[in-house]
Design a protein around this ligand. Structure first.
Ligand code: ADP
Length: 184
């Protein structure tokens, strides 16, 4: 199964993706984690994306799509994956659909986790992972970028009849059950 977990920063996509890895027995594919690893290891990709990521803005569509294309080509992703943080623009969604089509594959499920802004801000401020982009001013940038560039991705998948929305407020277990129900 190819599942997209969608939602604003702080919606809990990463937390749920990690739990679903075991439940569904397919790997998580988090573009944010991949970029953070590249930065930590100071790879050429990491050096390229560090400033833009720290600012709270989006990495260019081309860089992200190339990275995802390379990743899903690996054997461990052959039976599916849980995407978290991608696609994040309509252009990424279109490029991803085209990529899958060429492979004779498709997105099986798209689940949007809905959480109000005030709750997101509280969660992100409290996350305290020492992430460069979890400061109040960067959080504001990320939520604005989400509204402008990422929220239209939901409409894109809804138009294709593939999107389900779930309430992202509740315990981790409750939210996991809602996701499992939505993808049944
Ligand atoms: P969050 O969902 O909390 O914002 P992520 O780990 O998903 O955190 O993303 C952190 C940052 O990584 C983003 O603000 C952006 O700079 C970069 N990034 C991750 N995924 C993408 C993507 N699909 N397109 C562009 N930039 C991305």
């Amino acid at each position: 199964m190819r599942l997209i977990l969608f939602g604003p920063p702080g919606a809990g996509k990463g937390t749920q993706a990690k739990l679903l890895e075991e439940k569904l027995n397919i790997p998580q594919l988090s573009t944010g984690d991949m970029f953070r690893n590249a930065i930590k290891n100071q790879t050429p990709l990491g050096v390229k994306v560090k400033a833009i990521m720290d600012s709270g803005q989006l990495v260019s569509d081309e860089v992200v799509v190339d990275m995802v294309a390379e990743t899903i080509d690996k054997a461990e992703f052959a039976n599916g994956y849980i995407l978290d943080g991608f696609p994040r623009t309509v252009a990424q969604s279109e490029a991803f659909d085209a990529l899958l089509e060429k492979r004779g594959e498709k997105v099986d499920a798209f689940v949007a986790m809905e959480v109000p802004d005030d709750e997101l801000i509280t969660r992100l401020v409290n996350r305290g992972q020492g992430r460069e982009d979890d400061t109040p001013d960067k959080i504001k940038v990320r939520l604005a970028v989400y509204q402008d560039e990422t929220a239209p991705v939901l409409a894109y998948y809804e138009a294709k009849g593939r999107a389900k929305r779930i309430n992202g407020i509740g315990s981790i277990e409750e939210i996991q059950s809602r996701i499992l129900e939505a993808i049944k």
